[in-house]
Design a protein around this ligand. Sequence first.
Ligand code: HSE
Length: 433
Amino acid sequence: MINVGIIGFGVVGSGTAKILLENADILRERVGFEIALRKIADLDIERDRGIRIPDGVLTRDVNEVLENPDIHVVVELIGGVRPAKDFILRAIRNGKHVVTANKALLATEGTDIFAAAREAGVEVGFEASVAGAIPIIKVMKESLVANRIRAIYGIINGTSNFILTKMTDHGVEFADALREAQSLGYAEADPTLDIEGIDTAHKLTILSTLAYGIPLSFGNIHIEGISGVATQDIAFAAELGYKVKLLAIAKEANGAIELRVHPTMIPREYLIAKVDGPFNAIYVDGDAAGSTMYYGRGAGSVPTGSAVVSDIADIARNIRRGAIGRVPTVPVTTRRLTIKKIDDVISRYYFRFSALDRPGVLSKISGILGARDISIASVIQKGRRAGEAVPLVVLTHEARERDVRRAIEEIDALPVVMDRTVFLRVEGREEST
Ligand code: HSE
């Protein structure tokens, strides 16, 4: 029998407890022995979570988990960096294996945790830290082990995807869609993490370490969220055949890795463009496997609990077989890899200029773009309002970000340009001229 202690009886903690208790029979059948939930520590043990917890399991004292000689696996589900990190390090020092869903902690302080675990000879499972129920960690560590990963495109924040879907399908305002996402329990305690792309970047940090064996590189990710996305750009994108999604992007070519999170236009017929509402999906392009995609619920109590329990089961099996460390926590590359600065990224772009509708304006703008080697693929101009700004929408061929930023600065300084230019990066099929 393998004994488990949970710290944190919130959304994911209660989902995990429910699965361990209600699916104990199926788990026993599959792993061949019992996985027993011994303790759940939380400051609030009174609130009804709708699960019948056996007597003696609930405690307000975290030491009953961390210092309990009977507990083999400690499950950290309180979130946030402190005190979660201290609890995990204490558990590791006490020789306990750890399972966590804490992407913010792993992305920013994971190096210390992985080093401590290596030293103590214990495992750290983190399947639930990226994309909830989707088994993407196992895919990256085990299923695609034979592949050089050419690219990853992820929709890995349900809150942002829910908001963008509402804005796209129902023309709902950003703030109303955010409120709805919060009431449905998708958002982090601090929703800034969701809407400003930080939660997505935490998860991309973890995925890129697994894909490329690089150190956890949260600080090197270019991050833009969705709070500045306007409904009219979503509508123009639709007119051009695209959807706007908050994507986590990792790509490797010739030893240089791109790591970026930003709202992105993708062709609407792409499978990943059809991932709507709170759902998550990760598209992985491996040199051997080719394209694969993983889809499912990226948040929520029982879906995320399913990933937590899968880690517990893996560790329990490894303990039984004396196979601790069979799959390393993270790979470590021996190749020389650099992370590209956003200025060096090459992409296609969507621009929305707010320009006066006058003869010669388009040629001025296209002249500035041309001088920076930015080639126009298509143009839309809607409406005529003498003396007023109208949206002038331009799609480009591939261009370098540094050139794009400089061109926009120049364009925004033109007297015929009335407002700051909006730009979005475009991935996927090339437009024909
Ligand atoms: N706030 C996250 C999301 C929850 O919206 O996807 C899962 O990490």
